[in-house]
Design a protein around this ligand. Structure first.
Ligand code: PLP
Length: 371
C-alpha cells in the first residue's frame, strides 16, 4: 500500500462540488486544540460568515459537526417532542428522510406528498394544516436535490405561522446557490451542508435557530432524545461570548476549510454567487436542449444548481455516466428513488458552477451519444 492519490474529477453531481485550492490549503494547516483561544476566534468568525450567507442576525448560527443529515436530525430532534404532530412535506428523497426522523422521535408525521419533480403546493399545504389540528412544527425542503425542484419556502412559512407552527427549512442545496433569506422570510430553523453550493468538503452542517425556536426548545416538557445533538449542550461550546466548554472535539481542520470557503463566498458577494448560479443553470439547460435533452422540472420550479435531465428512450443511462467518469473525468448523478434510471442529475454547485464545466459536460455527452 501507498499514499492515496485521488483522480482529478470535475464534480457535476448532486454534491460534493469541486473545492477551491484555497480551501484545500486551509485544511492542510497545522491542527490546534478545539479550546485554543485562536480557534475560538476562528469559530466566532465562522458564525459571522454563516450569518452573512444565511442573511440572518440569529445569534444561534453555527456549524454542526456532521454532514447535512446530522444538521437535519439536529433541527428535528430539538423541535420535535414525542406524541406531537409534525407536518412533513415530501416531494423527493429528503422529505422522506425527515419523516423517518420524526417517526424515530416518537412523534406523528402528517405527510403531504407531492409528485416528484414538483414544488410543494402552498394550497395543499394550507389544506393539510386546516384538516389536521394540533400540528406544531412544519418541515420542508427548499431545493430538493433528488429531483431538481425548488419550493417557495417564503410562502410556506407565512402559511405555517398563521397556524402557529414553527418551520424547519432544509437549505442544504439552496444555501449560496439561490436566495435563502432567513430573517426576511421569518424561517425559524434551517440547516444546510458544506459540500453543495458552499463548495467545501463534506462533513459540516451550518444551522440557524431564531428566538421563537429557542424559546420553544427551552420550554420543552421532555428532554431532547439525542445527547450529541441537544442544542442546550452544544451551545456550551458554540454559544454566546461567555466561556466555552468542551462538548465534543470539533473537526478542527474541516472548520478551517469552512471558514475559507465562506470567505471566498463573501469576497465574491452572495448576490453575485446567486447570479452566477442562475446564469450557468440557464446556460446548461439551453446547451442540453441543443443536443435534444429535456429538463425534467418545469421552468418556474427549476433549480439552477441542480438540473434533472430526462434520459432519452433506449439510452443506457449508467453507461453514459460510466463513460463520463472513465473517459472525461466528469461525475454526474444518477436518479434517486422513484427517478432511478429515469433521469441524470447535473449539478452546477459552488465552485463547480462555471462555463468551462458546462462546455466540458455537454461536449462529452454529445461525443458519447455520437459513438
Ligand atoms: C445532500 C442533502 C442532504 C443530506 O446531506 P448529507 O451531507 O449527504 O448528509 C439533505 N438534504 C438535501 C436537500 C440534500 O441535498
Amino acid at each position: 500500500m501507498k499514499s492515496f492519490t485521488p483522480p482529478n474529477r470535475i464534480l457535476l453531481g448532486p454534491g460534493p462540488s469541486n473545492v477551491h485550492l484555497r480551501v484545500l490549503e486551509a485544511m492542510s494547516k497545522p491542527t490546534i486544540g478545539h479550546l485554543d483561544p485562536k480557534f475560538i476566534e476562528l469559530m466566532d468568525e465562522i458564525k459571522e460568515l454563516l450569518k452573512y450567507v444565511f442573511r440572518t442576525k440569529n445569534e444561534v448560527t453555527f456549524a454542526v459537526s456532521g454532514p447535512g443529515s446530522v444538521g437535519m436530525e439536529t433541527c428535528l430532534v430539538n423541535l420535535v417532542e414525542p406524541n406531537s404532530k409534525v407536518l412533513v412535506c415530501i416531494n423527493g428523497v429528503f422529505g422522506g428522510r425527515m419523516k423517518s426522523i420524526v417517526d424515530r422521535c416518537g412523534a406523528e408525521p402528517i405527510e403531504l406528498k407531492v409528485s416528484w419533480g414538483r414544488a410543494i403546493d402552498p394550497n395543499l399545504f394550507e389544506d393539510t394544516l386546516k384538516k389536521n389540528k394540533g400540528i406544531n412544527v412544519c418541515s420542508f425542503v427548499h431545493a430538493e436535490t433528488s429531483t431538481g425542484a425548488k419550493s417557495d419556502i417564503k410562502t410556506l412559512t407565512e402559511i405555517a405561522h398563521k397556524y402557529n407552527c414553527l418551520v424547519i427549512a432544509d437549505t442544504v442545496t439552496s444555501l449560496g446557490g439561490i436566495p435563502v433569506l432567513i430573517d426576511e422570510w421569518n424561517i425559524d430553523v434551517s440547516y444546510s451542508g458544506s459540500q453543495k453550493c458552499l463548495s467545501c468538503p463534506p462533513g459540516l452542517s451550518p444551522v440557524t435557530f431564531n428566538e421563537r425556536a429557542l424559546e420553544f426548545i427551552k420550554s420543552r416538557k421532555t428532554q431532547v432524545q439525542s445527547w450529541f445533538m441537544d442544542l442546550n449542550l452544544i451551545l456550551s461550546y458554540w454559544g454566546g461570548s461567555s466561556k466555552r466548554a468542551y462538548h465534543h472535539t470539533a473537526p478542527i481542520n474541516s472548520l478551517y476549510a469552512l471558514h475559507e470557503s465562506l470567505l471566498l463566498l463573501k469576497e465574491e458577494g452572495i448576490e453575485n454567487s446567486w447570479k452566477r448560479h442562475k446564469t450557468n443553470g440557464e446556460k446548461l439547460v439551453e446547451e442540453l436542449e441543443k443536443i435534444g435533452l429535456k429538463p425534467f422540472v418545469i421552468e418556474d420550479e427549476r433549480l439552477p444548481q441542480l438540473t434533472a435531465v430526462t434520459v432519452p428512450e433506449g439510452i443506457d443511462e449508467a453507461k453514459v455516466r460510466k463513460s463520463l467518469l472513465d473517459d472525461y473525468n466528469i461525475e454526474i448523478g444518477a436518479g434517486l428513488g422513484e427517478l432511478a434510471g429515469k433521469v441524470w442529475r447535473i449539478g452546477l454547485m459552488g465552485y463547480s458552477s462555471n462555463e468551462e464545466n458546462i462546455k466540458a459536460c455537454v461536449g462529452a455527452i454529445k461525443n458519447i451519444f455520437g459513438k
